[in-house]
Design a protein around this ligand. Structure first.
Ligand code: BGC
Length: 886
């Protein structure tokens, strides 16, 4: 388990066992605490924001339960202490809004640092103190703000320049295609790797902005840039360094014909193939002042990529973790195999000493052959090989720069000596999203499944959500993207990431509304399979549900509508008949047109809900009536009144209409009965679904009161199941239910079947939102206390704050620890298990005596008993509820 996961699990355990007994914070502090977790455009103190009206969010804390924000005041300033409100003072705004509040001050200028703070008023109109100061840096708003040209050609570029004075502020804005490493005065700038993030370069190219104030000096300075190919066909650089001196003067250094270039030690680089690095070609000091670059040539200009330069407003790709190998073997002469114990994306850091010119080969794979040698067959054409050629001066440390691999095993060949376990380390590389969710429970296999989900997901975040991280693909397949999105949003802080990816989708959209199967578009077709294209409406909708992002809906509404209208032009009798993949990699196939028509319906509903959220009344009408038509046509065409099943009666065929309430009331029982029978008896408690059916299967089972069965599927260990992957040594999720190791399509790190992760939180921890809620304003806690499950601890750091649902069950006694953030409210549903009479306690005090709600406990608004459940309505705060059979 990596350190981060340990930490989160440890904190979750703390929450279960200790916190409910503590007052909310230290005893002396009462009232509203200063807001914390300040974010600008989802990011913490970002550099390089190029939206004119950035949006601000904050989290609230309070010593009392049942608290809300009734007003806020936000101040934006150029003063680091925010003692003057020279840019914006919102004044006291009567509003409960704490998420994505749009800037309304004086027009922001390019390349400036702004500081901000916020305070809030609670239920009783008590103001909090101001938050700590947060900041954001603007990027370059206008094309004219860029003074330089695109330059490039070779893979090493440099420029010396001098500064006469004391540097007060230095910001560099840089984009190097396909990838760059920026160096200033001998040091790497920032921690980004594989930068910039991938986009459709003909439409949009991302630049990053760095604070380099401390790296600049009075006197001679030098910039050095290494360029890699990445996803680009040419190596190009656009750079601008803006310097402000204490003395008042401003200096700008930018990319132009005065830069010099040469070929560097990176002899070859490709994402799939790997890197060849000849350390003999290194030139010491090339990125420092005083280096003689007269032998270098003048850079080329004139190639100008079409895309607009936009600020990269997502967490960058970084080295996130280091992995120590767990084993080293020597299956053949001169060949050493390291087992990293975990499938991940990234590279190896090699330590080697030996003679000059000696070549060391590192090959990467997910699998080994029986004889212990490396099996790269399932990487297809991806060579995944890094070659290091020694310079021969003592210990040399090497990691590649412009490639990455998906692997668990490393083959080391040509090592000058006998390697040791210290020879290599694994470097885990992916987009630096924060983990914000934790799930653990009393069932080991589910904890292992959660671990697989987390590793598969994060190691497939490479500025786009990739399908896999190892073979010759690693593309933004839209199907995979939407199927994993909900669990991603519960496990990681994805707001900025999906905002960017939704823009990427918009960037491939044609005037006719069509989308492509992959984004950026490399493989697959236009128009996208409807089960893939649905990523556009669904991701927008999830952004609203999970982050309350209304402005994203406004910005994307027309695009989504164009997409839906395109589908409408393709519809025949209100249904779609085209499909490329359908319920991909299913064990039992379901007709593609059926899956496409389901998504046509889902897309129209999503658009209609977007219209509802935005109050677009006439649009609501239009799309409600279109949805009704599709629903009717769908049922009519696909429902077989005799078998009481849809289409060809597969599990997926019955799951999809049940999920979207297409099945008429009177048929639900029999359709659902058929689904259960198929799982239980025809397939001996196994699923037969592909990626589409699997996403909705578990939720449908829970929706129709069969969480026990969903649990059996989730904990199943024979083929096909997640447990079967685990039993066969998986450390990330496979692409196929089958265990394959040959040259065919069978990646061992494919996050798409991780959609089940959403069910772990929604059903077992029971953390959901009721219909109509967004951004966790209203929370519904309804844990499914199934079978032999004794406890579950679930925590999500939602944009509003921490939501926890942790329960234990023993005998006739349930304990549930709940945390609800300030400004949210919740309804809790506890199962009664048919117990005769129950009482309910909160933090030891009885609040329900089996007949009525005993008022008086702060934050608890109501307790109600129904036939099967006890329902408790609460405001914000921490609670410990105990339901006891009497
Ligand atoms: C990818 C999938 C993708 C599919 C399209 C595969 O090659 O790896 O995950 O969704 O193609 O059917």
């Amino acid at each position: 388990m990596d350190a981060h996961l340990w930490m989160i699990t440890f904190l979750a355990v703390l929450v279960i066992f200790f916190l409910p007994y503590q007052p909310f914070a230290s005893e002396e502090m009462i009232g509203p605490f200063p807001p914390d977790n300040l974010r600008c455009e989802y990011l913490e103190n970002p550099t390089g924001i190029d939206v004119e009206k950035p949006r601000f969010s904050w989290m609230l804390n309070h010593s009392e339960r049942g608290q809300k924000q009734t007003a806020y005041q936000l101040i934006v300033s150029t003063d680091p202490l925010v003692e003057i409100a020279d840019v914006w003072d919102s004044n006291k705004v009567v509003s409960d809004r704490s998420l994505l509040v749009a800037f309304e001050g004086k027009p922001l200028e390019s390349d400036q640092t702004y500081y901000w703070k916020v305070r809030y008023w609670d239920n009783q109109d008590n103001p909090s103190l101001y938050s700590q100061v947060a900041s954001f840096d603007t990027g370059l708003f206008q094309a004219e703000d860029w003074e330089g040209d695109w330059i490039g050609g070779k893979n090493k570029l440099r420029k010396g320049f001098s500064i006469d004075g004391h540097v007060k502020r230095g910001r560099v804005h840089v984009c190097g295609l396909g990838y760059y490493e920026l160096r200033l005065n001998g040091q790497k700038v920032g921690n980004n790797v594989l930068d910039p993030g991938y986009t459709t370069y003909e439409k949009r190219i991302l630049y990053s902005s760095y604070d380099v104030t401390q790296m600049l000096k009075d006197g001679d300075n030098a910039l050095g840039v290494m360029l890699g190919k990445g996803w680009s066909s040419v190596r190009l650089l656009m750079l601008q360094l803006n310097i402000e001196l204490e003395e008042g003067e401003k200096i700008t250094v930018f990319s132009d014909r005065s830069w010099r270039q040469t070929d560097g030690p990176i002899v070859q680089d490709s994402i799939y193939g790997g890197e060849v690095y000849d350390a003999r070609l290194e030139t010491r000091g090339w990125d420092s002042p005083g280096f003689d670059d007269s032998a270098w040539t003048t850079v080329e200009t004139g190639i100008v990529p079409k895309g607009t330069l936009s600020a990269q407003m997502i967490p960058p790709i970084q080295v996130m973790d280091t992995i120590v190998p767990i084993n080293m073997t020597n299956p053949q002469d001169g060949i050493y195999i390291f087992d990293m114990g975990q499938n991940f994306s990234g590279w190896v850091e090699l330590r080697v000493s030996g003679p000059q010119g000696h070549k060391v080969h590192l090959r990467h794979a997910e699998l080994l052959y029986e004889n212990g040698t490396l099996n790269q067959e399932n990487l297809r054409s991806a060579r995944a090989e890094d070659v290091y050629i020694l310079k021969g001066d003592g210990e040399e440390i090497y990691s590649p720069r412009f490639t990455y691999h998906g692997f668990r095993y490393v083959e080391l060949k040509g090592f000058p000596d006998v390697p040791t376990m210290e020879t290599i380390r694994g470097k885990v590389v992916h987009t630096a999203v924060k983990q914000i969710g934790s799930f653990s429970c009393s069932k080991t296999i589910l904890n292992r499944l959660q671990r697989l989900i987390i590793w598969s997901l994060k190691t497939n975040l490479h500025s786009i959500p990739t399908d896999c991280n190892q073979r010759d693909e690693r593309m933004g397949w839209l199907g995979d993207a939407h199927l994993t999105a909900e669990q991603a949003m519960m496990n990681f802080d994805m707001g900025a990431f999906y905002t960017k990816f939704i823009q990427d989708i918009r960037d491939v959209q044609d005037k006719d509304g069509t989308l492509t199967d992959t984004v950026p578009h490399i493989w697959g077709q236009r128009p996208a399979d409807p089960a893939w294209g649905t990523a556009y409406p669904l991701l927008c909708w999830y952004m609203y549900r999970y982050y309350g992002d209304e402005s994203l809906l406004t910005a994307q509404y027309e695009g989504v509508k164009d997409y839906v209208e395109f589908l409408r032009t393709k519809a025949k009798g209100d249904l779609l008949d085209f499909s490329h993949y359908g319920d991909w990699v299913a064990i039992e196939k379901t007709p593609g047109d059926f899956v496409s028509s389901f998504y046509y319906y889902y897309d129209v509903i999503a658009l209609m809900k977007m219209a509802e959220a935005l109050g677009y009344d006439s649009e609501i009408k239009t799309y409600t009536s279109l949805a009704d038509k599709i629903k009717t046509a769908f049922h009519k065409k696909y429902f077989d009144a005799e078998s009481r099943s849809y289409a060809n009666g597969t599990q997926t065929a019955n799951i999809l209409p049940l999920f979207l309430d297409i099945v008429p009331e009177e048929d639900i029982g029999s359709v659902f009965g058929n689904l259960r029978t198929d799982i239980l008896y025809k397939n001996n408690t196994h699923l037969t679904t592909g990626i589409i059916g699997t996403k909705y299967l578990m939720e449908v089972l829970t929706k129709f009161h069969s969480s026990d069965l969903a649990y059996e599927l989730a904990t199943q260990t024979s083929y096909p199941s997640w447990g079967y992957m685990i039993a066969n040594g998986a450390t990330t999720l496979w692409e196929l239910w089958q265990h394959k190791t040959g040259p065919s399509m069978n990646s061992h790190n494919h996050p798409m079947f991780g959609s089940v992760g959403a069910w772990l939180y929604k059903a077992l921890a029971g953390i959901t939102q009721p219909e109509g809620s967004s951004g966790f304003r209203n929370i519904l806690i309804r844990p499914q206390m199934v079978r032999d499950l004794r406890y579950v601890a679930g925590t999500i750091h939602t944009p509003r704050g921490i939501v926890t649902s942790s329960w234990t069950k023993s005998g006739q006694h349930i304990t549930l620890d709940v945390t609800i953030p300030v400004n949210s409210q919740a309804e809790i549903h506890l199962p009664k298990f048919g117990w005769e009479g129950v009482i309910l306690k909160e933090s030891g005090k009885q609040i329900y005596d089996g007949q009525k709600f005993l008022t008086g406990e702060q934050g608890i608004q109501m307790v109600e008993e129904t036939k099967n459940e006890i329902i408790v309505k609460i405001g914000s705060g921490r609670y410990r509820l105990q339901l006891i059979e009497e």
